[in-house]
Design a protein around this ligand. Structure first.
Ligand code: ADP
Ligand code: MG
Length: 567
């Protein structure tokens, strides 16, 4: 380790030299109260910025252990520190000048969800903080401007570090609130299954977002209010008593006229698998953490998936117990999404008719009379929704505004009426009696087989050069293949998508062997992340990228959409 004055001298020496001389700055430097590590230096001022990290010793940072000993509190504190640092970094970013990315100072941009990220991690025992950031090393053209870098490293960064990473300089009340909220959300999550619930939406929650491109809460929205029949009151450790709508396990329908807030409620439930920051409006919207949003996804690939519980006797004679396609239809894609979710351990499925394949959801009576069941390869979800719960314990929450077909199968029917939910179960059930079900009851399907054992692909062998690129939230490309994750709707952040790319590469290199099942592969990935954190995914000399942790369900989703995966 060198001293910060040695770094200062080095900067003076390389000033005005050509850009590659910046490479000499790689290394670790002791600053007052922290160690600055220059992990990777960019090749030129227009390339991806340099990667730096800051380590603050636990004794210096001095956060009370109660803030980080429990994992959920630690994730919340890491998230808060990242936001604190980001706010300060934004103020100094591009204050140092030059060409290209010169002067950039950045960390992860956190959204409404609280996620574990490589940007900031705390050691649960010692309280040491590791914060990763990117800095654009300044230059004029390709000539080093080391004086500007000196500004960043010796003026701006110390201020950011002092302000954001030292407990004594932070607002203790605010940190208490962050920890308390994390504690409450965790408590809610553990209470749900004990109460027989698969989701909870607190009264007063704000569900709609400001716009299609902003995840901030809508202003002036109608606050959520539980129907009395579904109201549940709970006791949370910090907030105390809280009342809201508890959605029991089983089959729940959300109905109501167009534009009455059905999809908005479902969307909030989809993201209720994550914790939310204070002020989001969905802090106390909590869903079964294994919940998966199911939708139609025409065009996706399917690899040897047993969709026979929904699809049988295709006209081309294809085997639907090990179904393979490069270009799925609406119904086959949705069937695969359901079965894969079961494989991924989902105990709650979320569906919206807006994004479902009609022929997968229902087949009306008249059509059943004209086209006999034997001529129709699709067993609609309607005929399996009860079976999924009764035999497999998998609940469904389904938005269905345009068909009453599910009334018979549902345990609960909630009507959204001008953004206010009403329990209309009794009424809807009464009406449904006037439309008795016809047709012979269906045989239960054979339980799907989950025995895919993917093989590694030689192009990813250790030592081979691999090109991995995150394409925002919507996909990731690995060598020549682009994995389309647009319709994996519960991905909340582009850094999660990037992490999926690294998961896939790690699996290719270390886990796929034709013996482990897909489930074992994902379990090993998750246990690696639990034990060593996200940074364990990348052994790159170019520094650790900004990644956020995806759920196991999304790791499955990524592997399942990988066209080159050989099972
Ligand atoms: P549906 O699925 O029933 O057709 P949406 O959930 O798409 O309806 O909601 C329709 C519109 O109403 C959206 O623009 C949404 O932002 C808005 N909205 C939803 N919930 C609320 C609410 N609680 N308060 C105010 N506006 C809302
Ligand atoms: Mg809708």
């Amino acid at each position: 380790m060198q001293t910060s004055s040695e770094l200062k001298n080095l900067l003076a020496r390389i000033d005005r030299k050509s850009y590659p001389a910046y490479k000499d700055t790689r290394g670790e430097y002791q600053f007052s109260g922290y160690v600055l590590s220059i992990d990777h230096v960019q090749g030129d001022p227009f390339a991806a910025p340099s990667k730096l990290s800051i380590r603050v010793d636990g004794r210096t940072a001095a956060f009370p252990p109660a803030f980080y000993e429990k994992p959920w509190r630690r994730v919340a504190l890491q998230d808060e520190l990242t936001r604190q640092f980001a706010r300060r970094a934004a103020q100094v970013s591009f204050q140092a000048k030059g060409s290209g990315q010169s002067g950039l100072v950045a960390v992860s941009r956190c959204g409404q969800e609280v996620l574990e990220r490589t940007a900031c991690s705390l050691d649960p025992k010692r309280g040491d903080i590791l914060l990763r950031l990117e800095v654009g090393f300044p230059a004029n053209g390709r000539t080093i401007n080391a004086r500007e870098l000196e500004k960043i490293l010796f003026e701006f960064l110390p201020r950011c570090v002092q302000g954001a990473l030292f407990y004594r300089n932070l607002d203790a009340k605010r940190l208490q609130d962050v920890a308390g909220l994390a504690e409450d959300q965790q408590a809610l999550r553990t209470m749900l299954p004990k109460l027989g619930l698969c989701a909870f939406v607190a009264n007063g929650s704000i569900l709609p977002r400001a716009s299609g491109v902003s995840a901030k809460p809508m202003e002036g929205a109608v606050a959520f209010q539980s129907p009395p029949e579904l109201a549940v009151t709970l006791d949370l450790p910090r907030r105390g008593r809280i009342t809201g709508m508890g959605i029991p396990k089983g089959v729940t329908l959300i109905v109501g006229g167009g534009y009455h807030g059905k999809s908005t409620l479902l969307k909030a439930l989809e993201l209720g698998v994550y914790d939310h920051i204070a002020g989001d409006g969905r802090e106390y919207v909590v869903t079964d953490p294994t919940a998966v949003k199911i939708r139609a996804e025409d065009g996706r690939s399917i690899r040897r998936t047993d969709i026979s519980m929904f699809i049988n006797g295709l006209p081309n004679g294809k085997d639907t117990a090990a179904f393979d396609t490069e270009d799925a239809s609406g119904s086959t894609s949705q069937a695969a999404n359901v079965v894969e979710s079961l494989e991924a351990g989902a105990s709650l499925l979320l569906m919206d008719e807006d994004t479902s394949a009609t022929n997968f959801m229902v087949r009306d009576e008249l059509m059943q009379r004209v086209i006999h069941r034997d001529m129709e390869p699709i067993t609609p979800f309607l005929d399996r929704v009860r079976e999924l719960y009764d035999r497999y314990g998998v609940s469904t929450i389904l938005v269905a505004g345009s068909s009453g077909a599910y009334f018979h199968a549902a345990d609960r029917i909630i009507q959204m009426d001008r953004y206010v939910p009403r329990d209309i179960t009794a009424l809807a059930k009464r009406e449904a009696e006037a439309f008795p079900l016809t047709g012979a009851p269906l045989e239960p399907a054979k339980a799907p087989r989950f025995d895919r054992r993917p093989k590694p692909s030689p192009e990813f062998r250790e030592g081979e050069r691999v090109k991995l690129k995150a394409l925002g939230r919507d996909g990731v490309s690995l060598n020549r293949e682009t994995i389309d994750l647009r319709y994996v709707e519960q991905l909340a952040d582009g850094e999660q998508t990037a992490a999926l790319g690294y998961c896939l590469l790690y699996a290719q290199r270390r886990l796929l062997d034709g013996k482990r099942t897909l489930r074992q592969v994902v379990e090993e990935l998750e246990s690696l992340l639990d034990r060593q954190g996200l940074a364990a995914l990348c052994e790159s000399r170019a520094g650790v990228p900004f990644l956020a942790r995806p759920r196991g369900q999304e790791i499955f989703a990524c592997l399942n959409r990988c066209r080159s995966l050989r099972c």
